[in-house]
Design a protein around this ligand. Structure first.
Ligand SMILES: *Cc1c(COP(=O)(O)O)cnc(C)c1O
Length: 392
């Protein structure tokens, strides 16, 4: 269907941070399947683990015990503030599970009949009806009304506005089930969360037994330089969602919850494919390689090199660029308000210079390379970006 405005490029082969198209042209990949290919393309550890898993068992459904799923859940809970995990297949689905969890929490733990979930403006939570309603960007709602009931929006990182919205809903008693926020807004323009804002939101949620749910679909699994984005903010959520980087390019999503927020009982939620042996083997391999190769250190070191280079580009192209922001290997280059080019146009232009980058909103160019990228590749990325800007 015509749901995508695709670039006129057909990628047919990949290795590490590099991909080749059907004409043999080679690109440095700073998109990584939209922040999913954690270990790059055709990674040998992932290839080996998944080939073995294919020979063993792929899918049996959640009617039965699944050792690979249990092992991945153990790793995730041992390495986070959560104590249990629900597995699904995508970010939107993980957020749908979180929204259902929040509503049940609102009904059963706060006695609310019509629970409301507060989310941020310019957020992105996915494209299913509830996830897209949670997404605080009217352009994603247009044409699909009526949107789902029970959502309201506050400006990101704006404590006064958040408190005012919370008070307006709670004036006559409990009404808010949860606050759902990204630690850093990815699609919405690579906008990092403000630790002071998140700290106060955490306090307000704790005081009222409102769930604080973080959407870690893009920043989770190491991309920020910490395993979880919430570690960048110095807080712990009651629940958080994962997808993109968790499977290293394979479909998997997850909702992780702390014990006190785990209100689901058998029959409340389910997924046919969720947590299958193949997807969980992919997740386990990513987890193992993150540890074995000390990739968090690489994310921080390469992230710093990338940021330093972006700052240099801002100085070289002051008429075009105004800011660089992000965490680790999720970096955004912000265009000037009066730049005569959009981020999407620059991303298209970069193809001519053998570089894959992606827009995050109209005025931010986003770089999310594989977490295994090396220094030389960072330099190549910056050189090709420079050439793109010089010719853009
Ligand atoms: C990509 C993304 C989603 C949606 O994930 P899908 O797998 O496309 O459904 C949700 N939240 C955030 C923060 C994302 O970046």
């Amino acid at each position: 269907m015509g749901t995508y405005a695709r670039f006129p490029v057909t990628l047919v082969k990949g290795n590490g941070c590099w991909v080749k198209d059907d004409t043999g042209k080679r690109y440095l990949d700073a998109v990584a399947g939209i922040a999913t290919c954690t270990l790059g393309h055709s990674n040998s550890a992932l290839r080996r683990a998944l080939s073995q898993q294919l020979r063993k068992l792929q899918h049996v459904s959640n009617l039965y015990q699944i050792p690979e799923q249990e092992e991945l859940a153990h790793w995730l809970t041992a390495n986070s503030c959560a104590s249990s995990v629900f597995f699904c297949n995508s970010g939107a689905e993980a957020n749908e599970a979180a929204i259902k969890l929040a509503r049940k929490h609102g009904h059963t733990r706060r006695g609310i009949t019509q629970p409301v979930i507060l989310t941020a403006m310019s957020s992105f939570h996915g494209r299913t009806l509830a996830a897209v309603t949670a997404t605080g960007q009217p352009k994603y709602h247009q044409g699909f009304e009526p949107v789902v009931q029970g959502f309201d929006y506050f400006p990101y990182n704006d404590l006064q506005a958040f408190e005012a919205l919370l008070e307006s809903h709670e004036a006559k008693g409990p009404a808010v089930a949860a606050v759902l926020i990204e630690p850093l807004q990815g699609e919405g323009g690579v906008n990092p969360g403000d630790p002071a804002f998140f700290k106060r939101v955490r306090e307000l949620c704790t005081e009222r037994n409102i769930l604080l749910i973080l959407d870690e679909v893009q920043v989770g699994m190491g991309r920020s330089g910490r395993l979880w984005g919430y570690q960048q903010l110095g807080i712990e959520p009651d629940a958080f969602t994962l997808a993109k980087g968790l499977g290293g390019g394979h479909a998997i999503g997850a909702l992780l919850v702390q014990e006190k927020a785990d209100v689901f009982t058998p029959g409340d939620h389910a997924s046919t494919f969720g947590g299958n042996p193949f997807a969980c083997r992919a997740g386990l391999t990513i987890a193992r390689e993150l540890e074995r190769r000390d990739l968090l250190k690489n994310v921080n070191d390469r992230g710093n090199e990338l940021r330093t280079g972006l700052v240099r580009l801002i100085k070289a192209y002051p008429h075009l660029l105004k800011d660089a922001r992000g965490w680790g290997l999720l970096q955004g280059l912000v265009l000037q308000d009066n730049a005569n080019v959009t981020a999407a146009q620059l991303a298209a232009k970069a193809l001519d210079h053998n570089l894959l980058v992606v827009a995050a909103g109209p005025s931010v160019l986003r770089m999310v390379p594989p977490l295994v990228i090396n220094s030389r590749e960072i330099r190549t990325l910056l050189t090709r970006l420079d050439t793109t800007l010089a010719n853009g």
